[in-house]
Design a protein around this ligand. Structure first.
Ligand SMILES: Nc1nc2c(ncn2[C@@H]2O[C@H](COP(=O)(O)OP(=O)(O)OP(=O)(O)O)[C@@H](O)[C@H]2O)c(=O)[nH]1
Ligand SMILES: [Mg+2]
Length: 437
């Protein structure tokens, strides 16, 4: 028995149409009682729709709506599903939902429709997570990566890996029953060699995390330097509009300013700061303190210097010489003139950022890890594989620990896909979803 659940699937608020999704065993009884159609919903063919008036308990009209009919297992959740397209706004969707509670449905938990899709075998756990990622995507590139995972790209990389590790694990368990004398001479060496290939595959997948994380969380890029170095000018240039005040007065920017722009689909949180100096006033001094705190958090510090002062840049900062039109520049440094050649300045800085952030050129065509859960489990699997290799390299007395590490690796890989799961894992995964998805 699967309780019937309902929720608003569209964003609440003003809108032409609101979609209410209803899924579970009793949705056709509910839909029959909600409408007075001559051919009631329960008699309709799946994949069709009907225009219907919806009624409250006293026979009063709630709304007129379009109803879409789905039958298990051919629906998103894999259960009987009715979708109601009602008028949007503050009142109608709420009243229709209240009527559905009267008729026996209950409010869906966040992500519960997708959780049911997973439990009914409509998708693996990486695909379920990809649904939330599509909704959360902040750039078209992040959306494309999530869509690829929804279509199963990560699963397609993981399933064969899981099955190969499982096959090794089963084989090793089986051989535990034998005497060492009965094993082929090079057995341990050969096993270690085969596992090494598997570990290479886990490591290749682990390496996709860097870019994936940047795609979802973006990078913090801090513009720092002495007052008047041209930080705010560069911020405006990169954003493409005049966000910060620019003036030849030193100490113009006092509070930090953060705005986001997309670089190859990666959200760059660009932060302009108060120029670093022994500030004369209390406000500017506070600004300088904030700048110093930001330098600690930055993924990349762009340290701007206009060549008029000798100022040692902070460690690991990317130094950019500004105002190249005014003061001659040594040929070996990264130099820009935002005033004379803004196009070139912008491209130079973007190129420097690409290499500092180690962004690969072009679209990601391979499977990528999508979140910390997947990363933690794959790291566990990778470590277990390497420990198994190490154990095999110890010869026969490493045999039992190797078998145990292979079991651990299999389990971790299976957990990523949701082959095995505990309820609290599912709660954690789906609680981050929107209600109605
Ligand atoms: N000639 C020339 N002047 C520039 C260039 N870039 C910036 N400036 C000028 O330098 C002055 C300072 O620029 P800002 O961008 O305000 O400098 P800042 O680093 O933000 O300064 P503070 O906010 O005071 O720390 C302004 O008068 C700009 O017009 C450039 O490439 N060439
Ligand atoms: Mg400034």
């Amino acid at each position: 028995m699967s309780e019937s659940i309902a929720a608003l699937a569209t964003a609440p608020g003003m809108g032409g149409v609101a979609v209410i999704r209803l899924s579970g065993d009793t949705v056709y009884d509910i839909a029959d009682r909600l409408t007075k159609l001559t051919v009631p919903p329960s008699q309709r063919r799946p994949g069709t729709f009907a225009y219907a008036t919806l009624y409250d308990a006293t026979g009063g009209v709630l709304d007129d709506a379009i109803l879409l009919f789905f039958r298990a297992p051919h629906s998103y959740t894999g259960e009987d599903t009715v979708e109601l397209h009602v008028h949007g706004g503050q009142v109608v969707p709420q009243r229709v939902l209240e009527r559905l509670w009267e008729l026996g449905a209950r409010p869906a938990q966040p992500g519960e429709f997708t959780k049911r899709a997973f439990l009914n075998g409509r998708m693996d756990l990486t695909q379920a997570e990809a649904v939330a990622d599509i909704i959360a995507a902040r750039s078209p590139r992040a959306e494309r990566a999530a869509r690829a995972n929804l279509q199963g790209r990560l699963g397609q990389a993981l399933v064969p890996l899981y099955e190969d590790v499982l096959a090794h694990s089963v084989q090793v368990e089986h051989l535990l029953d034998f005497d060492e004398g009965e094993l082929p001479d090079d057995f341990f060496e050969a096993a270690a060699r085969r596992l090494k290939h598997l570990a290479e595959r886990t490591q290749a997948l682990l390496a996709t995390w860097h870019e994936s994380k940047l795609m979802r969380e973006g990078a913090l890029v801090v513009l720092a330097g002495k007052p008047n170095a041209g930080k705010s000018t560069l911020l405006n240039l990169l954003l493409g509009y005049d966000r910060a005040i620019v003036s030849n007065e030193a100490g113009t920017t006092r509070d930090s300013i953060e705005e986001t722009f997309l670089l190859d689909g990666i959200p760059i949180r660009l932060t302009d700061t108060a120029g670093l100096r022994e500030a004369p006033g209390a406000v500017e001094r506070e600004g300088v303190l904030r700048t110093k705190a930001l330098l600690e958090q930055a993924d990349v510090v762009l340290y701007l210097t206009d060549g008029t002062t000798e100022d040692p840049p902070p460690e690991e900062a990317l130094v950019i010489r500004t105002k190249a039109d005014l003061v001659p520049v040594a040929s070996d440094c990264l130099a820009i003139s935002a005033q004379q050649n803004p196009q070139h300045a912008r491209e130079t800085v973007c190129q420097a950022l690409r290499s500092a952030l180690k962004l690969s050129q072009g679209e990601t065509a391979h499977a990528t890890l999508a979140n910390e859960r997947q990363l933690a489990l794959l790291t566990t699997a990778d470590r277990a594989l390497r420990e198994a290799i190490h154990a095999f390299n110890q010869g026969d007395w490493g045999y039992v620990p190797a078998a145990q590490r292979l079991r651990a690796a299999t389990e971790a890989l299976g957990d990523i896909l949701g082959r095995t799961y505990a309820d609290d894992l599912l709660d954690r995964v789906f609680s981050t979803f929107c209600v109605g998805k």
